[in-house]
Write a protein that binds this ligand. Structure first.
Ligand SMILES: Nc1nc2c(ncn2[C@@H]2O[C@H](COP(=O)(O)OP(=O)(O)OP(=O)(O)O)[C@@H](O)[C@H]2O)c(=O)[nH]1
Ligand SMILES: [Mg+2]
Length: 404
């Protein structure tokens, strides 16, 4: 039985679990994100299935009855891809594949796929490939292997058991090789970073698609690729920026996402070192996104994982031009005021008030409030600069590294 399956612009169903900790609206927003990920990966989400469960079913993620609903729907509509909004264990994957008899992807898989398609440099490709192999190793199944897909033959019939063993060995060897390759590059990158001298280093961090590259471009007059898709940036760009008389290095790097696969955090070590070694973080937030508070929490979680949460940080609330709040009619006595009704001024009085003036509201796209932004960044950079160059203001003339 040889089946051919298309990977690009294929129709898919999305499957998520609503746990007791999340309400329906939140779960919907998570699935919105999964849909955006699917779109970015070249697919089209045609239907969503959700189930309320205390926790995902350890065998099949959702219950057997619900899974049967999914199967019936997919069969009736000739859909051959199911995407789960969580990382599936290898046994879950196997059990689900048995029932659905189609390509089963999970959130991690999708993110890795997007990273793979986005990787431009050999460095980024090596990092993604390592993460992919590490994800794949425990999950080689009979029906569908991602390794086959990488070789070019899309959606080939799965290998038999012995072939799986061979594949496992191939992947293990590959992991060893990729790690060696990365070690060499990591060393080179570390040397490069050292050569930048003592100049103050500022890194843009934040959720994916919040406008980091757009901000980088307007601040440094550079031309970093920015677009309305997830993970537009995988490679790090460093630019020298001068505000008033103080030069510093500004880094734009990969965006974060909820449940960023651990394999990626590990293999993007060197890319993330840019963040780890930065003196100041500009945490960019898309305030027009209904889930922006969640985004901040996800970013902080990853910053914590890479031991960078305690760095001096300026919160940059971007896309104020796109921010909209809902209003309540005067004669509507039923609707209670919630966060969706907050104006920007009201938001500023919430927890944002505690940010000690370390926050700024801008629109990178419309270049709104950029002057205030520059002043705030200048003040922060100056604090660090003074400690580093206490005696000689002319010292920084020496650091004229070319833009990298
Ligand atoms: N409305 C509005 N859109 C913006 C603003 N800033 C950026 N965008 C848009 O948001 C989208 C994402 O921008 P990017 O700069 O690529 O975002 P990023 O944070 O670098 O994204 P990744 O590299 O994917 O992590 C693009 O379509 C931008 O045009 C803004 O201030 N207002
Ligand atoms: Mg970007």
């Amino acid at each position: 039985m040889i089946e051919e399956r298309k990977v690009s612009s294929e129709k898919a169903v999305l499957i998520g679990v609503v746990t007791q900790h999340q309400d329906e609206q939140q779960s919907n927003e998570y699935l919105d994100e999964l849909e955006f990920l699917t779109l970015t990966a070249g697919g089209e989400a045609v239907k969503r299935f959700t189930q309320k469960l205390e926790m995902p079913n350890p065998k099949t993620f959702i219950g057997a009855g619900k899974l049967e609903d999914v199967r019936a729907y997919m069969e009736a509509h000739h859909i051959e891809t199911a995407i789960f909004d969580d990382e599936l264990s290898s046994s879950q994957l196997r059990n689900i594949e048995k029932v659905l008899d189609c390509k089963v992807l999970d959130r991690t898989n999708l993110i890795l796929d997007i990273f793979a398609s986005r990787a431009q440099t050999s460095y980024a490709r090596t990092q993604v490939e390592l993460a992919q192999c590490q994800y794949l190793l425990p999950r080689l199944t009979r029906l569908w292997t991602h390794l086959e897909r990488q070789k070019g033959g899309i959606g080939m019939r799965g290998p038999g058991e012995t072939e799986i063993e061979t594949d496992r060995r191939i992947i293990r060897d590959k992991i060893t090789l990729l790690k060696k390759k990365l070690k060499i590059i990591d060393k080179q990158m570390a040397v490069q970073r050292k050569n930048r001298g003592k100049m103050v280093r500022v890194a843009l961090v934040g959720y994916t698609n919040v406008g980091k590259s757009t901000l980088m471009n307007v601040v440094s007059k550079s031309d970093v690729f920015a677009e309305n898709k997830l993970f537009a940036t995988l490679d790090t760009t460093v630019r020298k920026v001068v505000i008033k008389n103080i030069p510093f290095l500004l880094t734009d790097t990969v965006g974060f996402i909820r449940k960023l696969p651990t394999q990626l955090v590990e293999s993007f070590k060197s890319t993330l070192d840019e963040v780890r070694e930065a003196d100041l973080l500009l945490h960019v937030v898309d305030i027009s996104h209904p889930n922006f508070e969640d985004h901040i929490a996800s970013v902080n979680k990853i910053l914590d994982e890479i031991k960078s949460l305690d760095k001096p940080t300026l919160m940059v609330f971007n896309k104020i031009d796109a921010y909209q709040h809902e209003t309540i009619d005067e004669d509507d006595l039923v609707t209670e005021k919630t966060k969706v009704h907050f104006t920007l001024a009201e938001w500023e009085k919430t927890w944002m008030n505690k940010l000690n003036n370390n926050c700024i509201f801008i629109s990178a796209l419309n270049k709104e409030n950029l002057e205030d932004f520059r002043v705030k960044v200048f003040e922060e950079v100056k604090k660090i600069h003074i400690t580093r160059f206490p005696y000689n203001d002319f010292l920084y003339e020496e650091y004229t590294e070319e833009d990298s």
